[in-house]
Design a protein around this ligand. Structure first.
Ligand code: OAD
Length: 244
């Protein structure tokens, strides 16, 4: 149920979206929460007593690749059973209506593309991508993997093709994301705690270029004060109502 106090704000955002020329959308784990995928922080962010944040680190992989692969194989099999939810579908529908739109996502689950979104920038890589720890080989597969998958070219250990804490974003990704944010007339920030850089600072880029900034989240975040509109509730309810 959408709170009564939100309805008027949502009508305004809906009108702005219907006249927008270029929409940029920044998404985080919250957009996939209603598909059944646990978020990173809060009560959900634990796996077998380990913080998801501690597992997504190159140091942890170097020390204990079995543990990190077990975590990612668990996430791959979980996500493989999940479907896009109404929030993903609403964003895919919005892309068909506005002249220009990109989704810049911190998620690695591929659900935006599965819902039909075409312009998706994956800032943190993909769960379905594997890359060799030694050579330049990489591959995309949704197949079940052995506990320690090996490179088909050189036989060395493969790693998940995702960005871990302390690592660089894939080449070119940040500039493409910034270009989208800086040239949009509306920025939607959906389901992210706004704690992880560089995505957390995108709202400032949008503020500087004069875009209307809209946050859609269950709760307030450190960036709520920089938004023109904060719509607090479930993304899977608010987005379909905005795009309806
Ligand atoms: P977080 O887990 O930090 O935050 C999820 C956000 O989604 C929170 O602010 C929730 O309030 C909100 N949320 C949860 N359910 C929601 C719903 N149904 N509708 C709307 N909002 C909802 O996830 P991210 O912000 O994505 O990075 O985290 C950013 C990065 O930190 C991740 O990409 C990952 C992580 O560690 C790496 O692994 C490098």
């Amino acid at each position: 149920m959408i709170a009564e106090s939100l309805i008027a704000k949502m009508e305004t955002v809906k009108a702005l979206l219907s006249g927008a020329r270029h929409v940029a959308v920044l998404t985080g784990a919250g957009v996939s929460a209603e598909s059944g995928i646990p978020t990173f922080r809060g009560a959900d962010g634990m796996w077998r007593g380990e913080l998801a944040e501690d597992l997504a680190r190159p140091e942890t992989f170097a020390r204990n690749p079995e543990l990190v692969w077990e975590f990612y194989n668990w996430r791959r099999s979980l996500v493989a059973q999940c479907q896009p939810n109404p929030a993903h579908h609403a964003l895919a529908a919005l892309e068909q209506r506005v002249p220009e739109m990109e989704i810049v996502t911190q998620n690695v689950d591929g659900l935006h593309q599965q819902a039909g979104s075409e312009h998706v920038i994956e800032m943190h890589g993909s769960l379905w991508r594997l890359q060799c720890t030694r050579c330049t080989h990489f591959e995309e597969t949704r197949a079940e993997l052995p506990p320690l998958p090996e490179c088909s070219r050189c036989g060395n250990l493969l790693r998940p093709g995702v960005v871990w804490f302390g690592e660089q974003l894939p080449r070119g990704v940040l500039s493409v994301a910034l270009e989208s944010i800086a040239s949009a007339d509306i920025l939607l920030v959906v389901g992210t705690s706004s704690l992880v850089q560089p995505a957390a600072s995108f709202v400032h880029v949008a503020n500087r270029s004069g875009a209307v900034c809209v946050e859609i989240n269950l709760e307030a975040t450190p960036n709520t004060g920089f938004m023109d509109f904060a719509l607090h509730g479930k993304a899977g309810e608010i987005l379909p109502a905005l795009v309806d």
